[in-house]
Design a protein. Structure first.
Length: 241
């Protein structure tokens, strides 16, 4: 107990607050640990769901992606919670997650479990002048593994990209080998000088280093898994920009 003299000379007796504050801070730390543990488990669930989905579907580049993924450190000690960031394009995220249920229910549930903790970003060199009016309001990406994700990654990036309806992600290239795995309605893809080809949800799309490629959406938004397996320090460059 502690005592103090009141304004009229009376002695006021009240409980010591330091023990209560200590207990409160301890409970906060415990609660934070439990929350972070839950996010850690959900992040690993998500990575596992992606790996299982890719393994089941196969395709060019998938084996290499899974080999590199298996080499990434995803321990509790290397885990961190990104500062969540949302972008205008996230208005399509709930619809895309619901549509993913039709493709892979476990993956969709894992996405929903981690959704509030994703840090959505945009490439710094992209703008509406080059990519078309309204592009930045309909474009964003996040990382699960990488410097902006839950695990740092060793020259390896794994995440999601969203494009809104009626968007043209114009010709671009990068030294990183890249895999896309569209999770939603059919979208159009092209490589090099070829034309656009419509790919259904669940198709895997592989881009070798520095291959020029582009993507178009129609009336529905696109949610896709993306992965860079090496040479991740150099960002994508738009052709002609």
């Amino acid at each position: 107990m502690a005592a103090s003299v009141g304004g009229h000379g009376e002695v006021l007796i009240f409980p010591r607050r330091d023990v209560g504050v200590f207990d409160f801070l301890k409970s906060i730390r415990l609660m934070t640990h439990r929350v972070n543990q839950s996010i850690f488990e959900n992040a690993r669930w998500l990575v596992g769901a992606i790996a299982r989905g890719l393994h089941a579907r196969g395709g060019e580049g998938v084996a290499g992606v899974l080999e590199r993924l298996s080499a990434q450190e995803m321990t509790r000690s290397g885990f961190r919670v990104p500062e969540p960031v949302q972008l205008p394009v996230i208005r399509h995220f709930a619809q895309c997650t619901a549509e993913t249920m039709l493709l892979d229910a476990d993956l969709a549930a894992a996405i929903a479990a981690i959704a509030d903790h994703l840090q959505w970003r945009q490439s710094a060199s992209y703008n509406d002048k080059v990519l078309g009016e309204g592009f930045l309001e309909n474009y964003g990406w996040c990382q699960i593994i990488g410097p902006h994700g839950f695990f740092a990654g060793d020259d390896f990036l794994l995440g999601f990209i969203i494009l809104g309806p009626h968007r043209h992600y114009r010709d671009h290239y990068h030294p990183a080998p890249e895999l896309y795995w569209p999770l939603t309605s059919p979208s159009d893809w092209k490589r090099d000088a070829g034309g656009f080809a419509t790919k259904p949800a669940g198709t895997t799309i592989w881009h070798r280093p520095n291959v020029v490629h582009a993507t178009k959406t129609a009336e529905h938004p696109l949610l896709a898994v993306w992965c860079w397996t090496s040479d991740t320090a150099t960002p994508a460059k738009l052709v002609g920009a």
